[in-house]
Design a protein around this ligand. Structure first.
Ligand code: GDP
Ligand code: IMO
Ligand code: MG
Length: 428
């Protein structure tokens, strides 16, 4: 029986997961999203096309691969319909390759309103949510009030919808917020028809049957480990388990069926929304990273905060996820830097530590080492071409600090700008 490989982000999201899933899809029969929802924005670039996916797995552009939206995902039918329309325009026919779990929960229009009202009420301590209704939908899931995709196949669907909507409207009133408009509600119900065009499956059965039949499966994470509901910088996190264990619950795959865990990280760090970020730069260098890396959110267009690579945080994410190989993305963004800093330790209350403190919001001072930049345009590099020695040093340093080999170095957003590394000999 085959195992499920898991690909996930090790930082605060937007590490480049979509690009790598697209690159790796030819190796897999099935690609499956296991958590999150349209708060995700996964960008793919190939053959002059730039496309952002929110709910649909990033294997959708490769013919033959089956793409599954798993039970751990939350779906907004309105956004889903827009995604399908955008794919139709590119002549990508997902009708036979995209399957949706009946157990995935639905984001109602009132969930989005509650997200906005709750954020507004938080004032300065707001999470910086994408306002897609993610938190309220997962709250209804764990509160055992949620509506699932499979519910719309039942006669009681409208009744259940109204019951939940009424509960939400009461809550909105308490926030002093408006209820849902008839127009949006109609759009939501109309959009459900698009969802119904796809095969609705018990994805846990579907995936396990595929594994038994010897098919290969890649689970695609959304957000990043430092946004995980349990292990992220709580409360500035998302509302799902973004870590590897989330693939087990979000797809119905047993822990002993997990194979390789591919950890995606940027050669530096970014964060969008509020919350602690120890290596954040508030100077010109931070602005340079933002400008060169075009660090604006794929879902909300918000400017991403930028800083240096943070090894204690990376090692924490590697530990929680059991990462077996690393992929370093956006390496080219550092091409023009004379020197590159890496945070190797934190100073917390005057004491040096390698560990993530309980509360990242307390004063965490990053301790840096400085490395020489490679000052080479990497964007045209092809596989097999020798890398600049300073970049080799950067790679070797990260591998030594983490104990995990870097199997991919990405040097641009395009599918082709992907350098595969021989990882057999790198770790002593
Ligand atoms: P995801 O959410 O992890 O899939 O990442 P996003 O798509 O939100 O953000 C990553 C951004 O970086 C996208 O605009 C990608 O096109 C872009 N990107 C991915 N890999 C690279 C790379 O190696 N170099 C550069 N310059 N851009 C990249
Ligand atoms: P991908 O999959 C980056 C952040 C938001 C906010 C916090 C909570 O593209 O990497 P939510 O809408 O989930 O309630 O927001 O999490 N966030 C992301 N940041 N990439 C994402 O997804 C994100 N999804 C949520 O900015 O700080
Ligand atoms: Mg993103």
């Amino acid at each position: 029986m085959k195992k499920v490989d898991v690909l996930l982000g090790l930082q605060w999201g937007d590490e480049g997961k979509g690009k790598i899933v697209d690159v790796l899809t030819p190796k897999y029969d099935v690609i499956a999203r296991f958590q999150g929802g349209p708060n995700a924005g996964h960008t793919l670039e190939f053959e002059g096309i730039k496309h952002v996916l929110h709910t649909i797995p990033s294997g959708i552009f490769r013919k033959n691969a089956i793409n599954i939206v798993g039970n751990g995902v939350v779906i907004d039918p309105i956004i889903f319909k827009k995604e399908i329309t955008a794919l139709d325009k590119l002549n990508v026919d997902a009708s036979s390759t995209l399957k949706i779990s009946k157990k995935a929960h639905l984001i109602l229009p009132t969930h989005r309103l509650l997200d906005a009202a709750s954020e507004a009420a938080k004032g300065n301590s707001k999470i910086g949510s994408t306002l897609k209704g993610i938190g309220p939908t997962y709250m209804d899931k764990t509160g055992r009030n949620g509506l699932r995709v499979g519910d719309f196949l039942t006669a009681k669907f409208k009744e259940k919808y109204n019951f939940l909507k009424e509960k939400h409207e009461l809550m909105l009133k308490q926030f002093g917020a408006e209820g849902v408009s008839a127009e949006v509600e109609n759009e939501w119900f109309e959009s459900l028809e698009t969802l119904k065009r796809f095969e609705l499956v018990d994805s846990e059965q579907y995936i396990n049957n595929k594994l038994k039949a010897g098919h290969s499966v890649l689970a695609e994470g959304a957000q990043g480990s430092l946004l995980d509901i349990d292990f992220g910088s709580y409360p500035f996190v998302t509302s799902s388990n973004t870590v590897c264990a989330g693939a087990c619950t979000g797809l119905g795959v047993a822990p002993n069926r997990i194979g390789n865990v591919i950890g995606i990280f940027k050669a530096y760090c970014t964060r969008v929304g509020s919350g602690p970020f120890p290596t954040e730069l508030f100077d010109e260098t931070g602005e340079d990273l933002c400008r060169i890396g075009n660090e604006y959110g794929s879902t909300t267009g918000r400017k991403r905060r930028c800083g240096w690579l943070d090894i204690p945080a990376l090692n924490y994410a590697i530990m929680i996820n059991g990462v077996t190989e690393l992929n370093m993305l956006k390496t080219d963004v550092l091409d023009s830097f004379d020197t590159i800093k890496v945070c190797t330790q934190y100073k917390v209350n005057g004491k040096l530590t390698d560990q993530m403190p309980f509360d990242l919001t307390e004063t965490v001072e990053p301790v840096y080492i400085e490395m020489k930049g490679w000052k080479t345009d990497l964007t045209g590099f092809t596989n097999g071409e020798p890398l600049p020695s300073e970049l080799k040093d950067y790679i070797a340093f990260i591998e030594k600090q983490t104990g995990v080999p870097i199997s991919v170095v990405s040097v641009g957003p395009d599918r082709e700008q992907t350098l595969f590394q021989n990882v057999t000999s790198v770790i002593a």
